[in-house]
Design a protein around this ligand. Sequence first.
Ligand code: NAD
Ligand code: WQD
Length: 337
Amino acid sequence: MLNVLVTGGAGYIGSHVCVALLEAGHQVTVVDNLCNSSARSMDAVQSVTGRTLNFTQMDIRDTTGLVSVMQARSVDVVIHLAGLKAVGESVQSPLAYYSNNVGGTLSLLHAMEATGARRLIFSSSATVYGVPDFLPYTETHPTRPSSPYGHSKLHAERMLRDLCHSSGDWSIVALRYFNPVGAHASAELGEDPRGTPNNLMPFIAQVAAGLRDRLTIFGDDYATRDGTCVRDYLHVMDLASGHLEALSYSATAAGFHAFNLGTGQGTSVRELLAAFEATNRVRVPHEIGPRRAGDIDAFWADPARAVIHLGWKPRHDLADMCESTWRWQLAHPRGFQ
Ligand code: NAD
Ligand code: WQD
């Protein structure tokens, strides 16, 4: 049993990670400033697991506050998900992204240094790779992010690498997530975007539910099999289990290690839409619109390193992703509100 601090644990991915941690018997402490989430997700985590966690509303840039929470809870390991994640917003407000994602990570590292915690699992992103030189992306693919968001993730990784070079005490795993979708099987937890969803799956779900008129497919003239962009969608519970495996790995592997978490399967926008309609027997009205600035034609993961070294294996298929999204959408049309 570990005492795990989860930063950003009230968010979409963090709340599912908390479920996996509690079900594995760990003690969980969440720090989140709720800038993009609701504390009700914490109630849902406790209700689906039947276990309690400790929640503190706090900004991770408050280093002193973090130190006191970590000392009070005897934190051994940190899973660091707190951060901002909207690519377009990062172009408009780059300093907010560097402050939260780079400054926030720096503050957390200071708090870890002060309290003696030396194991960290970091939420990185496939967006660190940028325009592909080859596919699927391996972890050795060059990193050339194309947005302030992507740069903030890569800067954070850089700090983590440098820290590991400075001392052999640290054990840090960066998980580069591809496109997480889906919801917990209970339909009590899921993605709860504020305002208009930026991402494809929650947008599809809201159109299917009649909350929005139609989906606009951002371009059908890409160099892909059906002209729409191809991505590597993975179930959020498979992503959550990857964190458990990374925790085990970090117990014995000193230094900095990066792993892709994706299924290795590319799915186009049209294919995801068709899968959602077929699985859930719903219609999703849609139209073709112009390309969205900055979108890459296609990318997907080579997950071999995570499969071999972490023993990670995604278990859910595209139908599970669509079905769980839809059940969450139906059960909670207004999310956690
Ligand atoms: P989310 O917005 O649902 O969760 C992030 C959480 O962090 C939120 O609860 C937010 O309130 C909190 N937070 C933000 N800044 C904070 C701060 N300064 N102090 C304390 N709390 C703060 O997003 P998510 O989809 O769950 O993403 C979690 C992590 O995974 C992020 O770091 C994101 O960059 C990364 N990631 C997400 C995706 C994705 O598609 N969802 C893909 C790759 C990587
Ligand atoms: C998927 C596809 C869109 C909405 C983003 C971030 C990335 C990572 C995951 C954090 C694209 C198309 C979308 C819509 C559409 N996040 N689309 N109509 O862009 O692959 O990745 O989230 O690290 O950094 O960039 O995901 O879900 O936004 O889009 O046609 O209304 O769906 O053009 O091809 P993306 P997405």
